[in-house]
Ligand binder design. Sequence first.
Ligand SMILES: C[S@@+](CC[C@H](N)C(=O)[O-])C[C@H]1O[C@@H](n2cnc3c(N)ncnc32)[C@H](O)[C@@H]1O
Length: 332
Amino acid sequence: MATDAVEKEDEVSCEENNDIDPFTLCEGIPLYHFSMINDLHRAKAYHIAIQQAVSAVREKKESVSVLDVGCGSGLLSMMAARAGSKRVYGCDKAPGMADCARGVVAANSLQGSVKIIPKLSTLISVGDNEANDMLDKADIFVSETFGDDPFSESFLPSLQHAREHLLNDGAIVVPRGICVYARAIESEEILNLNSLPSTQFSGLDITDWNIFSRARWSCRLLDHSFVALTESFQAFEMHWDDDAQPIELKQCVHRDLCAINTGKLHAFVVWYTLDMFQGCPEISTDCNSSAMTGRHWRQAVYFMHEPKHVVKGERLSVSVSLHRDRLFFKSS
Ligand SMILES: C[S@@+](CC[C@H](N)C(=O)[O-])C[C@H]1O[C@@H](n2cnc3c(N)ncnc32)[C@H](O)[C@@H]1O
């Protein structure tokens, strides 16, 4: 009888949950938000940098205005308000997220200084009357729109637009720079997270399913067996603290590398460090970083179209290109 009851309960809950995508909380909000907000290393690094940035502006002017692009839960906006900013504008393009952030801000009694704007940052208007989203341009740009794949959430175009339309000259950017690193690897195990091998399963060929494979994937590198085919190398280094320097949305770098092992080049693995603000702790998404326990970020994996056989000692010419929000790797 007891088993029967449990089975019936299970049936009911399955039916009720039929439409729920397990990876989405609501209105397209990805489930990763819980692990992201629980990543205290991430939160502390932003907290310290925001406090320092607000203090630096307050040394020069009395009232500080902050723009938090992709405010999500509102956490960074509230940190900016608590640090002494007069006005904080947090925007999020996901309406459900912005609604929730508004509630969170009110629950913390910060609605007097934090305004949540339910918009893509590039649609925000600035002007000295209530019809506009922002009353004034911001002195500080804060954003945590960095995925495992560093630029996939369009940080660079958002910053470029904000500099032109939403920020005062000389505005501080948090984080103020990034270093992107990569290394070539062989890993059947990681390859198999995203594709089916050409070997047949007891005579059954299901490789047509590979139409669903993606050029990019994410995983915790150390959870899988792999062979490093090159040392890690720096792909890009960018600094955003000088607004006289344009934001380059298209870049390409070439690296001449030496294969350190023999194997099949299946993919390039990518991680990065964020330089938050002068003298402040960095954020790293490196799997070898000692502080990775309890961390939200994984490593981005870029698969090669065709695995390439590499021999130890061979020279590898690798080019990495950035096109707005995507990275591309080529090796010859
Ligand atoms: C990684 S989550 C942000 C988390 C949040 N800053 C926090 O620390 O809790 C990224 C959010 O940015 C939003 N987003 C990305 N680019 C945006 C843009 N240009 N304007 C508005 N929202 C943006 C997405 O909808 C998403 O909710």
